[in-house]
Design a protein around this ligand. Structure first.
Ligand SMILES: [Zn+2]
Length: 177
């Protein structure tokens, strides 16, 4: 049994709002943020993680233990196995409950160190699956996951692609004048 520790691809949301955060120089938050970027850049550039990075990552986990285990009873209706809910949906007795072992973060969702730690974890969980591709948009610098069919795309969406080509054309025509 291996509980999932983070929201899937949560790192994408956080990494694209890093420029709105202010972190103190030398703080834990700064080291977490830099680690998040370092990991994302290694995925984007197709580089393997070095022993040095792993060492620093484990040091961060040691310094900031962000997660604790928790066991709960949840209604069986919340089970992922939809077929099991047919007969017992109205049953609120013990049979209607299910044991759930999960993890939870100690800090609130608005704290930067929690955001960065959950981002790092969600990125590592995506990297574990080894199918992750990451890119930064040539036009707007946003991080995005390219569609499998279009690994070579340079833009996060058609709006940025159009904008990029529009500006190129404009520059080109200006040069002609
Ligand atoms: Zn873009």
């Amino acid at each position: 049994m291996c509980p999932i520790l983070s929201r899937e691809h949560y790192f994408l949301q956080v990494i694209n709002e890093l420029n709105q955060h202010s972190v103190e120089s030398g703080s834990l938050e700064e080291r977490l943020r830099d680690m998040l970027l370092e990991l994302a850049e290694s995925v984007r550039d197709g580089k393997r993680l070095g022993m040095d990075t792993l060492h620093r990552l484990n040091k961060l986990f040691e310094q900031y233990q962000a997660i604790r285990l928790k066991v709960s009873l949840v209604p069986r209706a919340a089970s992922l196995f939809a077929g099991e809910t047919d007969e017992h949906t109205s049953d609120t007795g013990e049979e209607g409950q299910q044991l759930l072992l999960h993890s939870e973060f100690l800090d609130g969702p608005d704290q930067l160190r929690r955001k960065y730690m959950e981002s790092i974890i969600s990125l590592l969980e995506a990297m574990e699956k080894s199918t992750l591709a990451l890119q930064t948009c040539v036009q707007c610098d946003r991080w995005f996951i390219p569609y499998r069919r279009a690994q070579v795309t340079k833009f996060c969406g058609s709006a940025c692609r159009n904008r990029y080509h529009y500006e190129r054309t404009k520059m080109g025509s200006r040069r002609l004048i």
